[in-house]
Design a protein around this ligand. Sequence first.
Ligand SMILES: [Zn+2]
Length: 451
Amino acid sequence: MSKITLTSYGATQEVTGSCHLLNVDGFRLLIDCGLYQGDLNNYFKNWEEFGFSAKNINAVILTHAHLDHCGRLPKLIKEGFQGKIYTTPPTAKLVEIVLADNLKIMSEKIAHSKYQPLYSAADLSNTNKKFLPVEYGQNFKINDNISFTLHQAGHILGAAIVKLKIFGKTIIFTGDIGSENMPLVKDIEYFDQADYVIMESTYGDRLHAQVKNRDAVLIQAIQRVTAQNSTLVMSEFAIERAQDILKVLNDYYEKHLDFRVPVYLDSPMADVVTKVYKKYTSYFNDAVQDSLKRDRDIFDFPHLKITSESRFSKNINTAQPPKIILAGSGMADGGRIIHHLAQYASDPKNYILFMGFQVPGTLGHRFTSGAFDFSYLGRKVPIHCAVDQIDGFSAHADQAGLMKWVGHFQNQPKIFLVHGNPEAMTVLAQKINNELKLKADILLRQTSVEL
Ligand SMILES: [Zn+2]
C-alpha cells in the first residue's frame, strides 16, 4: 500500500523557517528549507539539527527566494544533500544573491556569539550548482509516482505555488500567497480541485489598508517634500517592493518630465536584484508588458541616481533638498537607512515612509509606533519628522485574499495551515471552518500526518 506522510520542520505556528517534508514510500521530498529569522533566540534555531538527515533527502522544491524559505539550503548541502533543487529560473538567480547577502549579514549577527556561520562561500557555490530550473506550467516528473507543476503565486518574481501529483492525489503547497494587481508580477493562480492544501497564514487575522491607492500615497509623498523643499526617506525591501516602487516612480517621472527631484537608490542589494528583474521581464504581467513597449527600462528614469558604492552614498547628505532616498533594510534593523534616519528624523519638514509591516523590536516599528526618539551611535536623535507606513505594497495576501484563494476550491480539500503566528492561524482556521465548511488544521512541528 502506497504511503505519503507530511512532516513540518519549520514555519509551524511561526512565520519563518519554512521546511516541509513529504515521505512518499521512502522517497523524501523537501518543500523549502528556510531560515529562522527574528530575535536572536529564534535565529539560533538555525544551528539546531534539522530533525532529519540531509543525506536522506532525495529532492527539494523551492517556492521562492525569500530567506525564510531558502536560507537553510546551504546547510542542507553542507550536511550531505545530493539531489536537485527544483525551482523557477528567476528564483534560482535571486537565491544566489539572497544567500550571498545572508552570509555577510549572518557573520555580523553572530560576531559576538559562540556560533560559526551556518555555511561557507564554498557551500554556497555548491548550492548554486544544485538548481534545476522548471518553468511555470511545465509538468515535471520526479519519478514514476511523483510529478509537479509550478504556478503563479503573485508574490515576488519567480515565486511559485507547487501542485504535486502523488499516486493520483493532488497536494498543493502555497509557499507565500501573494495577490492580484501587483505592480509587476502576474496574478496569483486559483485552483478548483485538490486533496490536500498546505497553506500559509501570515496575515490570517489582518486586512491591509490602502491597497487601492498605494501609488497615489507614494506620489503625494514626493509632491509634499517637493513643496516643502525637504527630504523623503523610504524604507526598501530589496526584492519586489523596491522594484514595485521604482516602477511607480518611473511612470511618474516619465510622465512629468519637468519634475526634477533626484531619487537616490541607496541600496546595493536592491540594485543587484533590480538587474535580475531587468533580465526576466517576460515574467511580468500584461500591463507591464505594455509599458515595456513604450519604455524599455521601466526601472530607470530621469534623475534616478544609484549609489551602490559607499563613496557616492555619502554625497546624498550634501545634496540640496528636495530629494528622495530609497534605502534598506525594509524595517530599518540594519543597512544604510539607519544613517539617513539619523540625518533627517529631527526636521519636522522631512518625511519618512515605511513600505510595509514593521516587526516589533525593529527601528522601523519604533518609528511607526510613535516613538519620540531613537539611539544612534550613542546619542539620542529626536523624531520630529512626519512618519507613515504604506501596507499596500505588501507581497502577502491579507485575510480577505487568503479566504478568496482558499474559497476557490470546488471540492473539499483538507487544509493544513503553516507559516503564521498562533493567533493569525487560529482566526483563519475558524474562518475557513465556519465560512467555507472546509476542515482546516494547524500543522504542528515534527508531527507527521498521513495523506
Ligand atoms: Zn515570501
